[in-house]
Design a protein around this ligand. Structure first.
Ligand SMILES: NC(=O)C1=CN([C@@H]2O[C@H](COP(=O)(O)OP(=O)(O)OC[C@H]3O[C@@H](n4cnc5c(N)ncnc54)[C@H](OP(=O)(O)O)[C@@H]3O)[C@@H](O)[C@H]2O)C=CC1
Ligand SMILES: O=C(O)[C@@H]1CCC=N1
Length: 264
């Protein structure tokens, strides 16, 4: 597979690491204007680092765009005459619709819209995808690419904004919960490194328990909460302080902000 990542910033580089981590490409082009931060990727024999988006497009089949929303239109204009039937155009851009992409490059291109997260760098991204009409013919290919670097789910395009909050911003939300747990563990006497180790692996265990068993979180909570025990006492205090409510309100606020980014 010949992959180009146009816009090797926070997300683009995470994808690049995921591709390398999963041996997912025969060749990979990484582009950005200032190459200082990504020059070291050329130590991998099959990686080319360049500021020339057109060169990257010419030499690749799978084009993953990971630039800021405000830059995307101009970059599509820059490369559109090079796009052929060999190319699959995969956007990760927040709030940029498929129809807007079609207006620029045409509906006769394979277009996939995706929403990965930065855990793609360790092949653990939850990635939501959808496509244009023609892109349906390449959706299995896109799923295969993202499944090598985590787990993917095809969703209707209307849900892409919600997926952005839950999956992409979600990494930051979970990090904050892990950080808060770590601070609690330090207060209980663990040193900082051990405290984070306990928090991370317990978080991982909770998620894997649900993934492997298919159970509902409350069912697992019931197994932990001994009557009159310490778990229910702690959980109830967290809820009195608004744990679930503040998470839900934060998620909805993020969602409303994406609508503004879209309009902007
Ligand atoms: N960060 C995240 O977790 C997620 C981000 N997204 C989406 O991914 C996109 C990228 O986000 P993020 O990685 O955070 O942003 P960054 O700003 O970190 O990365 C964007 C990169 O694009 C490069 N760039 C700008 N102009 C060009 C150009 N003309 N040609 C090639 N590269 C260019 C910039 O580098 P330089 O200035 O050197 O060119 C920069 O490194 C956004 O649309 C965002 O909504 C989606 C899911 C998760
Ligand atoms: O914060 C943002 O706007 C982008 C989209 C999701 C993750 N980062």
């Amino acid at each position: 597979m010949k992959i180009a990542i146009i816009g090797a910033g926070n997300l683009g580089l995470s994808i690049a690491k995921g591709v390398l981590h999963s041996n997912g490409a025969t060749t990979m082009y990484l582009t950005k204007r200032n190459l200082d931060e990504i020059k070291n990727f050329e130590k991998y024999g099959n990686v080319t680092v360049t500021s020339d988006n057109r060169e990257a497009v010419k030499h690749s089949d799978i084009l993953i765009f990971a630039v800021q929303p405000g830059h995307f239109q101009a970059i599509l204009e820059q490369v559109k005459d090079l796009l052929t039937e060999k190319h699959v155009v995969i956007s990760t851009i927040t709030g940029f619709s498929i129809s807007k992409m079609e207006e620029t490059i045409g509906s006769d291109k394979y277009i996939i819209r995706s929403m990965p997260n930065t855990a793609i760098s360790v092949s653990n991204s939850m990635t939501c995808i959808c496509s244009n009409e023609l892109g349906k013919k390449r959706i299995d290919l896109a799923k295969a690419i993202f499944n090598r670097m985590g787990h993917s789910l095809e969703i209707p395009e209307e849900q892409m904004q919600a997926a952005t909050v839950i999956c992409a911003s979600g990494i930051a939300f979970w990090m904050r919960l892990i950080r808060a747990t770590t601070q609690g563990a330090i207060q209980l006497g663990f040193d900082a490194k051990e405290a984070q180790e306990l928090a991370m692996h317990t978080c991982n265990g909770a998620a894997n328990l649900l993934i492997e068993s298919g159970t509902h979180p409350e069912e697992e909570i019931d197994r932990v909460t001994t009557p009159k025990g310490c778990t229910i006492e702690g959980l109830n205090e967290m809820e009195h302080q608004g744990l679930s409510s503040s998470l839900i309100r934060g998620i909805v606020t993020s969602f409303e902000k994406i609508s503004q980014i879209r309009k902007g």
